[in-house]
Design a protein around this ligand. Structure first.
Ligand code: FAD
Length: 285
């Protein structure tokens, strides 16, 4: 597979830097072709602005969506944006790797998304009418490709458990996994999360290598999170609300994931990290 690793950490000698190096080696050893977008090393411009549309004239009102649409349609995007789009089109699988900063991705990675996900490329794709609300949430430019988050967090795993004070990790990552990855079409694999990073030492890093290595080895076979597809019949159009007979009485992020056929409502809505790694290799954080 062609794998694009989009990496956001300012320090190559960090834990994230070591994880990135390991991931690239492992993927290469498995025969994949890997490209890395190392956003800090690239001095990636994080702010979306008028300069992103090469046709934007000084003094004209800047419209973030319409300038993006014009630039994308007319081949007048800033070259750094077009380059990243070509990498996305080239990739069969995309990995976003980052430290959890303030419950989300570092600003430089958010800026990569805002700028690279142009109007006509990642949104505004397909027919928009009262009968069809575009190609998104499982359809779109990036449909058929796989995506996965590799995230490090200072907090403990229990802090991110279903009743943990930080909120469940699946909820915290939902805007990224569902809103940023599933929206333009990706099949999203369960994330790999390293918790309690302050306690990582050589022994723990060996465990991380083992766990992550297995996840990377199964990049092309791991079942994706079964997010519901917008145009698959589960949602009323144009209201885009989930049908009343699906997940009746329930609300929240979890209703947008199809339950496994025999699954009890009290069980997790998608495979947890524990479910995709052998018990002996579970994170110790
Ligand atoms: P590093 O600091 O580089 O390393 C962490 C540990 O790993 C160190 O003990 C180091 O010695 C060890 N290590 C590094 N490399 C290796 C190696 N090769 N082998 C063995 N050990 C190694 N956390 C949350 O949970 N939620 C938040 O919302 C959150 N917000 C944050 C916001 C900001 C602005 C910042 C700065 C931090 C925040 N954190 C948060 C903590 C953050 O998630 C962690 O600091 C980060 O994930 C650690 O990753 P790192 O690569 O920077 O680790």
């Amino acid at each position: 597979m062609n794998v694009l690793l989009v990496y956001a950490h300012p320090e190559p000698r960090s834990l994230n830097g070591a994880i990135r190096d390991f991931a690239v080696q492992r993927l290469n050893a498995a025969g994949h072709t890997v490209q890395v977008s190392d956003l800090y090393a690239m001095q990636w411009k994080a702010t979306l602005d008028a300069a992103d549309n090469l046709d934007h004239r000084a003094g004209e009102r800047f419209d973030a969506s319409l300038d993006s649409k014009h630039a994308f349609e007319h081949g007048r995007q800033s070259e750094d944006i077009a380059t990243e789009q070509r990498k996305l089109l080239w990739a069969d699988a995309v990995i976003l790797q980052f430290p959890l900063w303030w419950f989300s991705m570092p600003a430089i990675l958010k800026g990569w998304v805002e700028r690279v996900y142009a109007y006509g490329f990642a949104y505004g794709v397909g027919e928009h009418s009262d009968a069809r609300w575009g190609d998104r949430y499982g359809e779109g430019t990036l449909a058929g490709k796989r995506a996965m988050l590799v995230v490090t967090a200072g907090g403990w795993e229990s802090h991110y458990s279903p009743r943990g004070i930080n909120g469940p990790i699946d909820d915290i990552l939902f805007p990224i996994q569902h809103g940023i990855l599933h929206y333009p079409g990706f099949d999203v694999l369960p994330p790999y999360v390293v918790y309690r990073t302050g306690r990582v030492d050589a022994a723990r890093f060996a465990t991380i290598r083992e766990e992550l290595g297995q996840r990377l080895d199964r990049l092309d076979t791991t079942p994706p999170i079964p997010f519901r597809r917008q145009n698959g019949g589960d949602y009323a159009i144009p209201q885009l609300t989930l049908r009343d007979d699906l997940a009746p009485g329930r609300t929240g992020f979890g209703v947008h994931v199809s339950p496994a056929p025999a699954e009890s409502p009290s069980l997790s809505l998608w495979p947890s990290q524990e479910a995709v790694a052998p018990p002996s290799l579970q994170a110790v954080g």
